[in-house]
Design a protein around this ligand. Structure first.
Ligand code: NJP
Length: 227
């Protein structure tokens, strides 16, 4: 594949695993996150000539637009975006969670995703490209009191509504909805979790389908432990 894929949240976890898998498939990559050191190391690992590391905060539209401009300057086109940057935080319920942690989480997970989509759409329209979003199983099920889950319900809504907005353009939208994944998202490694590469495989599956196949959603959970 000679397409260009932009990944937000590429510095660790699911985003970094997807960068590795996509590099093996022959994609050129734009890798975005705040940690420029981790992005540079990953670019070095994957072959710097095919990777543009770009340090940004997804809540900043000027930075997002500058990133897309540099991507087009570097590679000439954009074929797909993996809207994946996100964070947890604010454990507890609506009655007792630290509400000051909500702001950053909502801005990153929801507003940041919207900004990435808006910044990428002009280039994606030219290529009849694909948008892949990291939602969550927590964005399809009830997690008592969880504002995090609510941000992922918002991603589900963004995916559904964007697909309708783009109907008839040849563009495609895929929601990836993982259950628990063993990544730095958690302070302690979770038990009975997916590996980051399991989720990367789902992203590659969606991206590698022919133009007439629109993979709407992939809900992927760890197999329950054998009793
Ligand atoms: O976590 P982690 P995951 N601007 O912490 C980046 C969702 N999910 O891979 O900025 C730009 O390893 C951060 O980079 P940095 C989850 O909600 C997870 O598990 O350098 N980038 C890093 O690259 C999220 O949407 C599970 O700190 C920002 C990346 O985001 C996605 O999967 C289950 C940023 C986070 O990587 C990837 O998370 C599920 C900002 N403001 C959904 N803030 C799970 N792990 O169980 C953060 O259903 N990043």
């Amino acid at each position: 594949h000679h397409g260009v894929l932009l990944i937000t949240g590429a510095s660790s976890g699911i985003g970094a695993a997807t960068a590795r898998a996509a590099a093996r498939e022959g994609y050129k990559l734009v890798l975005a996150a705040r940690s420029s050191d981790k992005l540079s190391a990953l670019a070095q690992e994957l072959g710097p000539e095919n990777v543009l590391p770009y340090s940004l905060d997804v809540t900043n539209m000027e930075q997002q637009q500058a990133m897309v401009e540099q991507a087009i300057e570097t590679f000439g086109r954009l074929d797909a975006v993996f809207v994946n940057a996100g964070r947890g935080g604010s454990p507890g319920g609506f009655s007792d969670a630290d509400h000051t942690a909500w702001r950053e989480m909502i801005l990153t997970n929801v507003y940041g995703a919207g900004l990435t989509i808006q910044a990428c759409l002009p280039a994606l329209k030219r290529s009849k490209g694909q948008v892949v979003l990291t939602g969550s199983s927590a964005g399809r099920t009830t997690i008592p009191g969880s504002m995090y889950s609510a941000t992922k319900w918002a991603i589900t809504g963004i995916g559904y509504n964007l697909r309708e907005e783009l109907r008839g353009t040849g563009m495609r939208v895929t929601l990836i909805e993982p259950g628990m994944v063993d990544t730095p998202f958690f302070d302690e490694p979770p038990e009975h979790a997916l590996e980051d590469r399991d989720v990367a495989n789902a992203v590659i599956y969606a991206l590698s389908q022919p133009a007439h196949v629109d993979v709407n959603e992939i809900l992927i959970r760890p197999t329950p432990p054998v009793a």
